[in-house]
Design a protein around this ligand. Structure first.
Ligand SMILES: Cc1cc2nc3c(=O)[nH]c(=O)nc-3n(C[C@H](O)[C@H](O)[C@H](O)COP(=O)(O)O)c2cc1C
Length: 350
């Protein structure tokens, strides 16, 4: 912790994007550690064998540069991306802001991506069964047809991704979040299923939707029934929020808010999705996790797996091992033999 605090001191003097580039560079040299795993955290989800439920959320390794090294930190799975079909540079800088007091970040990156071709070369040519690497796909800002971009993403990554996340919840690409609305969502899901059916069935990866915490409850209800009836394998809740009610900012900074102030809202929406899907599909809980207690709260509110990003920036890589150990203890304390038994323990399904 001392070492990370020292590194953090210097990194926090720099612009957040430059710090991130330095972090990616340093992580290239991280060595494989003998990470402690816990029998009660192992679980099979989407037919994949997870050593532990803690994943790194999309956005940290957008271009799949260091996904192998991220496993050295002890993560049970890694999600790379968001990847867009063509390379694009994203929005104008500055576009990442630290809110230190709140342990939060606001970003308006707008899918800066090296594009499908560059990322595909870095990923294994075939799905690796020992390392679970999800690919989060998006659409180009200038695209005339977002759905076509997602179809290309499924075509490109079906063979190598352990799972594919269809990210329709970034607040930084105008119009993208409209795909979450039922009138567009049905069309999107129909198109995704067509591409999957056309591809070889053996290589069909699980397909997940990543949603925004700012969706109205009614829209979430429609989304859940569409997901359940149309063969989407899971839902990630949630992306960043545009809500600022938990902040005390003098000036508004545009972009999506992540970290501690997002925890409550994203956990509430997770609980809602679990209730609406009645525990019938696995959910990934994301938003504001920075401790074992918070990861456990996500699990008890319906998450089978969890992911984090901002917590890592503020607390450093040792947090991953701490969360795993703490989670294992909490399960034992509450009499759960395995993590799967704790999923949704706090949710009342009518
Ligand atoms: C700088 C930054 C960039 C992000 N980029 C992406 C992205 O490309 N795709 C995506 O689906 N989510 C992206 N996210 C959202 C995270 O994956 C996650 O859903 C969100 O930050 C909430 O988790 P957290 O509070 O643990 O950070 C990004 C978040 C941050 C802070």
């Amino acid at each position: 912790m001392f070492l990370y605090n020292l590194i953090k001191f210097f990194l926090f003097l720099l612009d957040p994007e430059i710090s991130h580039r330095i972090t990616i560079f340093l992580l290239r040299f991280s060595l494989k550690k003998n990470n402690k795993e816990f029998a009660n955290l192992k679980n099979i989800v989407f037919g994949l064998r997870f050593n532990n439920p803690v994943g790194i959320a999309a956005g940290f390794d957008k271009n799949a540069e260091i996904y192998k090294q991220l496993f050295h930190l002890g993560f049970g799975f890694v999600e790379v991306g968001t990847v867009t079909p063509k390379p694009q540079s994203g929005n104008q800088r500055p576009r990442v802001f630290r809110l230190k007091k709140e342990e939060a970040i606001i970003n308006s990156l707008g899918f800066n991506s090296e594009g499908f071709d560059a990322i595909k070369i870095r990923l294994p040519s075939k799905r690796d069964i020992d390392q679970i690497v999800g690919v989060n796909i998006g659409a180009n800002k200038e695209s005339k047809n977002f759905i076509e971009d997602y179809k290309k993403g499924i075509e490109n990554f079906s063979n190598c991704a352990s799972y594919i996340t269809v990210n329709i919840s970034s607040p930084n690409t105008p119009g993208l979040r409209d795909l979450q609305l039922i009138e567009n969502l049905n069309d999107l899901i129909k198109n995704i299923n067509e591409v999957i059916e056309k591809n070889n069935n053996d290589s069909r990866p699980p397909v997940l939707l990543k949603i925004s915490p700012d969706m109205e409850d009614e829209d979430i209800k429609s989304l859940c029934s569409a997901v359940l009836s149309d063969g989407i394998d899971g839902i990630i809740i949630s992306n960043t929020t545009l809500d600022r009610s938990k902040l005390n900012l003098n000036e508004d900074i545009s972009g999506g808010l992540s970290g501690v102030p997002l925890f409550e809202l994203s956990t509430y929406k997770l609980n809602l999705v679990y209730r609406l899907t009645k525990g019938n599909i696995p959910l990934i809980g994301v938003g504001g996790i920075d401790s074992a207690e918070k990861a456990y709260e996500k699990i008890r509110n319906g998450a089978t797996l969890v992911q984090l990003y901002t917590g890592l920036v503020y607390n450093g890589p040792e947090m991953v091992a701490d969360i795993k150990e703490g989670l294992s203890d909490l399960l034992e304390r509450d009499g759960f033999d395995n993590i799967s038994n704790a999923v949704g323990a706090d949710v009342k399904i009518k």
